[in-house]
Design a protein around this ligand. Structure first.
Ligand code: ASP
Length: 317
């Protein structure tokens, strides 16, 4: 096979306040690296960007550690409602599902919607689609997330969000943060795609809509692709993913577009993070929060941002 472009991948498992100690970091690393490896090998075999994003998001949704698919956090009424979106930079198509329940992989529905005339479906419509496609019913609830919710209920939902990742020791301390997932890839034909999937902030009001199913949280063109995580309202107010991508599409270097966008977000006291790739293969990430749980393959080796804390708003591989 004649591969024209060196494929690249960057994924995230959320952003937020720091994990407790090294044990937390090592176990997150053990969750992220196999996904980077699997997505990267698929890209090397010549798969299209959209197929690689689908695989990466499925794997991350299936890991109960992250707040997407299995292991999603509960909303204020104790129910799980998941949101996800997908954008293919080559076709320029965005698709999404908002607040869907009882499916294993929201990203599969979103992938299906790429070729549908109606591309963003909310709760009832998304459930109808799942029924039409005969997607089996699935309960994404884990004991740990239930316990976390019960504790918050006792405290009358004082936390603004649920934990970054599901960890027994973190549940005890009700650590604020988030654990949404995202995958951004450049395939060997130069195509970019991005997917983002979430259980939401956790403990939110019924009907709240996450940025993860909006172009503010997940966006791509043929020039760049970005997936965001953090407080959805902050991401929407910055219109972060679309803003970065449009800046690159208009001619800015990715690093400069990230720097300008994160400087603005920081000035506005937002709490968020993002991962990004451009068509030249540049990899970048940024955060205003304490930690960003991201890992990447730059074509030579795997790296991550788990201990990246040098005070910079933006980093590059
Ligand atoms: N951005 C997501 C939301 O607000 C949460 C997250 O990134 O963890 O729904």
């Amino acid at each position: 096979m004649n591969l024209q472009v060196q494929p690249k991948v960057i994924i995230h498992g959320g952003a937020g306040s720091s994990l407790h100690g090294k044990g937390g970091l090592e176990s997150v690393r053990r969750s992220l690296y196999p996904v980077v490896e699997a997505v990267y090998s698929l890209l090397l075999s010549g798969a299209a960007a959209s197929e690689a994003v689908l695989l990466g998001c499925q794997m991350l949704e299936d890991d109960p550690r992250f707040n997407a698919g299995t292991g999603s956090v509960l909303q204020s009424d104790g129910q799980i409602r998941m949101s996800a979106s997908f954008m293919d930079g080559t076709s320029g198509r965005f698709s999404g599902v908002i607040n869907i329940s009882r499916v294993k992989n929201p990203i599969e529905l979103v992938h299906f919607l790429q070729s549908s005339p109606d591309r963003v479906l909310s709760d009832y419509g998304a459930a109808e689609l799942a029924r039409e496609l005969q997607v089996p019913l699935f309960n994404a609830l884990t004991d740990l997330r239930l316990k976390e919710w019960m504790q918050e209920r006792q405290d009358n939902f004082k936390s603004t969000m649920a934990g970054v990742v599901a960890e027994p020791e973190l549940v005890e301390s009700s650590n604020a943060g988030r654990g949404t997932i995202g995958v951004v890839v450049l395939d060997s034909f130069g195509g970019l795609a991005v997917g983002t999937s979430t259980g939401g902030k956790g403990f939110e009001r019924i009907g709240r809509v996450s940025d993860s199913a909006m172009p503010a949280g997940n966006y791509a063109t043929s020039h760049a692709a970005v997936s965001c995580t953090g407080i959805g309202e902050d991401i929407i107010d910055e219109c972060l993913a679309a803003k970065i991508v449009v800046r690159v599409t208009d001619g800015m270097f990715l690093k400069d577009a990230m720097q300008r966008s994160f400087t603005e977000a920081s000035k506005n006291q937002r709490d968020l993070g993002a991962i990004a790739l451009d068509a030249s293969g540049a990899i970048s990430w940024g955060k205003t929060s304490e930690v960003l749980l991201a890992a990447y393959h730059d074509g030579t080796s795997i790296g991550d941002t788990l201990e990246w804390n040098n005070g910079d708003l933006v980093g590059c591989a």
